[in-house]
Write a protein of this length. Structure first.
Ligand code: SF4
Ligand code: ZN
Length: 329
C-alpha cells in the first residue's frame, strides 16, 4: 500500500510528473496552493472585488467555485462571488449539467445567474440543424465546426452577463490542459496573436481600481496550474456535485483531437502539459515586455465600436457572434 510522500498516511494518487504519492489531505492542499500561486502570479483578486464565476455544471468550474467560496485564497475574503452559467441550448446535456451547478450553488449558499444563447443568438441545437440544412442545399456554404460557433457565442454572452452583474473580473475554469491545448491550437491555426491573449488578466496593485476596459470584463484563470484530472479528483474528494457526461457535439471539435494527442504524450512523457503552460507563460511575459504590445492593445481598443445587432464591443459593424448568426439565416 503506497503511502503519502508528504505525511506518511495512505496515498490515494501518484502524480507521475513529479513522482510523488499523495493522501487526500495533501493532494487537496497541493490543489489549493496552486490556486493561491496563480493568484499571487497574476493578482487575480482584490478587496471587495465583484467576481463573476463562470460555471458549467462540470468538474473544473465546480472545483473552482468551491475553492473560491472557501475563501482560502488571499484576496478572496472580501470578494463577492457571482456564479454565472451560460446555457447553450443543447438538450440532454447542458440542462442536466445546469441541475448540478444549481445544486452546488445551493450547497454553497450562492445565487446562480443563468443566461441562454437563445436570448441573443440561437440555441446550439438550432445552429447545428441550420448549418447542416444550409450545407445540404448550398454547395458553396462552408459551415464551421460546432465549437467554433459555440465558443464565440459563449465568450460574448459571458462578457455581457458579467457586465450586467457589474463584475470587476470574470473567473473562468480553464485548467492547465485547456491552456496547453489552446496554446498549441493557436499555433496550428497560425493565430499566434490569439495565443498572446490567452494569459489571465494581470492586475498590478491590490488596492487599485480593477481595469475594466471599454466594455470588457478582465478574465482570470484560477485553475491555470491544475490539470483536468486533478480537478476531477478534487471534486471527488470534496464530494462536489458535477455532471460527468460529454457534449454530443464535442466529436466534431479539433480541440478533442489535440486533447487526445496531448494525453498520449503526457502518458509517455509526464510533465509535457505543464511544460507547455510554462512555455506559454514565458513567451507571454517576453511579449509583454516589448514596447509595441501595449500600443497594439491601444490601437485595437481605439478602433472599437458597438455591434449594431447586439450592442457588444466590436471592431466591425457586426460582432463576430452576430456575423455567425447572419450566415446561418
Ligand atoms: Fe459548445 Fe463545443 Fe463545448 Fe459542446 S463541446 S458545449 S459545442 S464548445
Ligand atoms: Zn453582435
Amino acid at each position: 500500500m503506497p503511502v503519502c510522500s508528504k505525511c506518511g498516511q495512505s496515498a490515494i494518487v501518484r502524480l507521475s510528473y513529479n513522482a510523488t504519492d499523495y493522501c487526500e489531505g495533501c493532494f487537496c492542499e497541493l490543489f489549493e496552493s496552486r490556486v493561491r500561486q496563480a493568484n499571487k502570479d497574476f493578482g487575480m483578486f482584490r478587496l471587495n472585488q465583484r467576481t463573476a464565476v463562470g460555471v458549467s455544471g462540470g468538474k473544473d468550474s465546480a472545483a473552482m467555485l468551491y475553492v473560491l467560496s472557501k475563501k482560502i485564497v488571499p484576496g478572496v475574503h472580501g470578494a463577492v462571488l457571482l456564479p454565472l452559467l451560460i446555457d447553450e441550448g443543447i438538450q440532454g446535456y447542458r440542462n442536466l449539467a445546469a441541475e448540478k451547478a444549481q445544486q452546488l450553488c445551493g450547497e454553497l449558499g450562492l445565487e446562480l445567474t443563468i443566461r441562454r444563447y437563445s436570448e441573443k443568438f440561437l440555441l446550439m441545437d438550432d445552429v447545428m440543424k441550420r448549418r447542416d440544412a444550409k450545407q445540404a442545399e448550398d454547395a458553396q456554404f462552408k459551415g464551421k465546426r460546432s465549437c467554433s460557433y459555440c465558443g464565440v457565442f459563449r465568450k460574448s454572452m459571458l462578457n455581457q452577463a458579467a457586465l450586467d452583474l457589474q463584475a470587476d473580473a470574470l473567473a473562468i475554469g480553464h485548467n492547465a490542459d485547456d491552456v496547453a491545448q489552446t496554446f498549441l491550437m493557436n499555433f496550428m491555426h497560425h493565430d499566434a496573436s490569439a495565443g498572446a491573449r490567452l494569459a489571465p488578466s494581470q492586475q498590478t496593485a491590490l488596492d487599485a481600481p480593477t481595469p475594466r476596459k471599454a466594455g470588457f470584463v478582465p478574465r482570470i484563470k484560477p485553475l491555470l496550474y491544475n490539470l483536468e484530472k486533478e480537478c476531477a479528483l478534487y471534486c471527488e474528494i470534496k464530494g462536489l456535485p458535477y455532471y460527468r457526461g460529454n457534449c454530443p457535439y464535442a466529436d466534431e471539435s479539433f480541440r478533442g483531437d489535440v486533447k487526445n494527442s496531448l494525453n498520449e504524450l503526457e502518458a509517455k512523457q509526464p510533465g509535457v502539459k505543464f511544460n507547455l503552460v510554462r512555455s506559454y507563460l514565458d513567451l507571454h511575459a517576453q511579449l509583454e515586455r516589448l514596447p509595441s504590445s501595449s500600443k497594439t492593445e491601444e490601437r485595437v481598443l481605439g478602433k472599437l465600436r458597438t455591434c449594431s445587432r447586439c450592442g457588444q464591443n466590436s471592431s466591425q459593424a457586426l460582432c463576430q457572434a452576430c456575423q455567425l448568426v447572419a450566415e446561418l439565416s
